[in-house]
Design a binder for this molecule. Structure first.
Ligand SMILES: Cc1cc2nc3c(=O)[nH]c(=O)nc-3n(C[C@H](O)[C@H](O)[C@H](O)COP(=O)(O)OP(=O)(O)OC[C@H]3O[C@@H](n4cnc5c(N)ncnc54)[C@H](O)[C@@H]3O)c2cc1C
Length: 342
């Protein structure tokens, strides 16, 4: 709460207290190191899984493969970041380059403030329209023979003759197996089946700005806890984590602060939307997604809790789940992600 990365309202803290305490417990250095190794194993394969789908889905124009930058406003902050770059390179093979103020200014001429320079993270891919990417994948799924139904997942229940049933707009569907993949809504549904999953729900906001200057690559501004990204609708300002009530804050204070900070870096132009968008990042206390079989219900499977990186991880955890369901050898060790750990 001391910086703009994370804010909370005291009134909503009781809702977050137990998951947060477990989050803190898992943040102890040795536990965090083990978690990072499990996370690294799957995140390292995430872009490959997208790579297999992107051309098939005709989504190449949506994807940039040139990384993103983190701006550091002072020499001390840049030096600290350089030490993290060295650590991540030696422990996890993450590729990044520390660039000075002049190189940053040349790469992003729109910036009127370049601080001490930046870290250019070279490996990440970024997307100009995440919703369009997901729609392209959904179209690919139907072209490959899949069928999409709309319905209320809360109607999911064990079927009389075995398996599961769920109500859809087009009627009832019976299936041998069901996957609960409802992001932040998953624990609520699973409670009805007797499972209690603690979850840290981190709300984030974004808003687009247009009519000002443009950036070539997304730019993180860690001093003010937000990201500026060139998107199809304009420059998007995205905030960090708000530990709020179910509906979020009425006045997204992090977004207000981020907008002021961003206006100090470049000409942002005017807001595109009258109201900002907000969504919830479904974070598990041990920071790993929940992927695998429900411990006490044959045929019930889970795939949720992807936290800050659900778009990135979707194809990888989808493949992992499919391999577990088909009884195949999983392409990464599935044990760290097992629902049975809760
Ligand atoms: C501000 C912000 C920025 C983010 N940035 C990134 C990023 O840069 N990269 C990245 O990889 N990830 C990012 N994420 C995280 C990412 O959005 C999530 O991890 C991801 O959406 C989780 O996917 P999911 O399918 O599990 O859940 P969701 O995307 O939340 O989908 C769950 C779906 O279930 C539906 N649903 C709920 N209840 C029912 C019901 N009863 N019946 C039927 N349907 C129901 C909901 O409507 C929803 O469509 C960001 C999140 C936020 C909030």
């Amino acid at each position: 709460g001391r910086t703009n990365d994370v804010v909370y309202s005291v009134a909503s803290l009781p809702r977050h207290l137990v998951p947060l305490l477990r989050y803190w417990w898992h943040s102890a250095p040795e536990r965090h190191r083990r978690i990072s190794q499990s996370y690294a194993a799957i995140i390292a394969l995430a872009a490959n899984e997208h790579a297999a789908l992107i051309p098939e889905a005709g989504a190449d124009p949506l994807v940039r493969r040139s990384g993103y930058r983190s701006l550091h406003r002072t020499e001390a902050a840049l030096e600290e970041a350089a030490a993290v770059v060295d650590m991540l390179a030696s422990e996890y093979g993450v590729r990044a380059r520390v660039i000075g103020q002049a190189e940053l200014a040349a790469a992003e001429p729109a910036l009127t403030e370049t601080g001490a320079g930046a870290v250019h993270w070279l490996d990440p891919w970024t997307v100009s329209e995440p919703g369009a990417l997901v729609s392209a994948y959904a179209d690919l799924f139907t072209r490959c023979g899949g069928t999409l139904f709309n319905g209320d997942a809360a109607t999911l229940k064990p079927a009389a003759g075995g398996g599961f049933e769920v109500r859809c707009r087009d009627g009832r569907i019976d299936a041998e197996a069901a996957v609960v993949a409802l992001g932040p809504w998953s624990p609520d549904l699973l409670r009805r089946f007797g499972y209690r999953f603690p979850m840290v729900r981190k709300r984030g906001y974004h808003r687009h700005f247009d009519g000002g200057k443009k950036l070539h690559l997304p730019l993180q501004d860690p001093a003010f806890g937000y990201v500026l990204a060139p998107m199809a609708k304009g420059l998007r300002v995205t905030t960090g984590a708000e530990l709020s009530g179910r509906q979020g804050s009425l006045r997204p204070i992090q977004l207000d602060r981020a907008e002021i900070a961003a206006r100090g870096l470049l000409d942002l132009g005017a807001a595109v939307e009258a109201e900002p968008w907000s969504g919830v990042r479904p974070c598990m206390p041990d920071m790993l997604p929940v992927v695998g079989a429900a411990p006490r219900h044959k045929g019930l499977w889970m795939n949720f809790g992807h936290g800050h990186q659900g778009l990135t991880l979707g194809p990888a955890t989808g493949r992992l789940l499919a391999e577990c369901m088909a009884g195949e050898q999983p392409f990464v060790d599935a044990s760290a992600f097992s629902p049975a750990r809760y």
